[in-house]
Design a binder for this molecule. Structure first.
Ligand code: FA5
Length: 371
């Protein structure tokens, strides 16, 4: 029997409009469910599903409204009505979830159909770091582990920091136009500027560091430098690493021990280090330093040209004139510095014989050095 009991307010006043007949028959609940299913079948995307969910199960949704109206039923009818409304609610929830899964699956099928042969998709080639970047990072890591801070400096540098404060006087050949790229101040700027150059080495970072910090200092600076050079082993743009240590009582023995520790950690085996007297205006005494060849261990091979040694770079004790230019007392402090080419180190490690290959930008070259 269809009882057309309409929900009414608890105080007995007539309800504003019939909501649905739920008591003891299922006509309107069935009708609601039928309507819901019709709308669900016509829903083709996630946004539509969401709207449907709100319309039926949301705070102001049709099913929720029925639940809220239970209080207006006769007490003996409430339990049965509540169970039936809950069953409808569960059915709506389950069917929405099933439809969502169906829509997702269909979307995936469409996507797979679009790609004709999944196995024919070629994996995208991953890039690698340039061998110079790889070498630079490895150097940073080793010196970081040895307790050095990493410092940086600008590529366009004051001639004073690049030359004068490093005890490189006005007549030094490095200051010649044939060796150095000079930077012109903007025409008509009317400003008095110090002479600017593209830094020819990383040694001006020594000056910047000692002007900014008081000893103890233990830093490395890695970066790009520029010189008017161009052949198979010299590039106009290349990379150097600079090391600087300043403190009381620092000696050349500390420098040798540090370089020894560095090559051992970098090449993963014990290698001797040796000095050969040399001249750099900013150190006294100055020395070139070599390491035992990491490929033959010193017995002689084609890489070390049968000498057993590989030349690495320049080094020495910081010149008192450099300390004075930076406001550091040379009576109290001593220090050492070293510098060498990162590109040459990368060439050595990868047995590359022409430096220009590094800068040609040929992807086939770069691909040979996966990291
Ligand atoms: C210097 O540049 C000094 N500033 C190094 C130094 C630092 C000495 C601290 C003492 C104390 P040199 O001009 O020799 O030194 O260059 C150092 C290294 O840079 C060389 O051994 C070489 O490996 C590399 N190099 C120099 N010129 C080029 C170039 N044109 N292309 C590639 N690498 C180069």
């Amino acid at each position: 029997m269809v009882r057309t009991a309409v929900f009414s307010s608890a105080c007995g006043a007539p309800a504003p409009a019939p909501i649905v007949r739920v008591v003891s028959d299922s006509i309107d609940l069935d009708g609601l469910l039928t309507r819901f299913r019709g709308e669900l079948a016509g829903t083709e995307d996630e946004a539509g599903l969401y709207q449907l969910q709100v319309a039926y199960l949301g705070k102001k949704g049709q099913v929720t409204a029925l639940s809220k109206s239970l209080g207006s039923l006769a007490p003996e009818d409430r339990k049965a009505a509540g169970e039936r409304i809950n069953a409808v609610k569960r059915a709506c929830e389950e069917e929405i979830a099933a439809r969502a899964a169906e829509l997702r699956s269909r979307a995936r099928q469409r996507e797979l159909a679009r790609i004709e042969d999944v196995s024919a998709v070629r994996p995208r080639a991953l890039g690698t770091f340039h061998p110079i970047t790889q070498t630079r990072r490895a150097l940073e890591q080793v010196f970081g582990e040895l307790g050095f801070d990493i410092e940086d400096g600008p590529h366009v540098e004051f001639a004073r920091f690049n030359f004068d404060d490093l005890n490189i006087g006005p007549d030094h050949p490095a200051r010649d136009m044939a060796d150095t790229f000079f930077v012109q101040p903007a025409a008509g700027s009317g400003r008095m500027v110090d002479e600017l150059v593209l830094r020819t080495h990383t040694s001006p970072v020594q000056i910047r560091t000692m002007r900014a910090r008081k000893p103890p200092i233990r830093i490395v600076a890695l970066g790009t430098v520029f010189r008017r050079d161009d052949d198979a082993t010299h590039s106009p743009m290349f990379h150097q690493i600079e090391g600087l240590c300043v403190d009381e009582g620092v000696s050349m023995a500390d420098l040798r021990a540090t370089l020894y520790r560095f090559v051992g950690a970098f090449f993963g085996r014990e290698l001797e280090v040796r000095f050969r007297p040399s001249f750099f205006p900013f150190v006294e005494p100055g020395a070139e330093f070599d390491m035992q060849c990491p490929f033959c261990g010193g017995s002689g091979c084609s890489t070390c040209k049968s000498s057993g040694w590989i030349e690495l770079g320049g080094s020495g004790m910081v010149h008192p004139a450099v300390f004075e230019a930076c406001g550091i007392d040379p009576e109290r402090y001593t220090g050492w510095a070293f510098g060498f080419g990162i590109d040459r180190m990368a060439m050595l490690m990868h047995q590359i014989h022409d430096l220009r290959l590094m800068f040609d930008g040929d992807i086939r070259f770069a691909e040979q050095f996966p990291c």
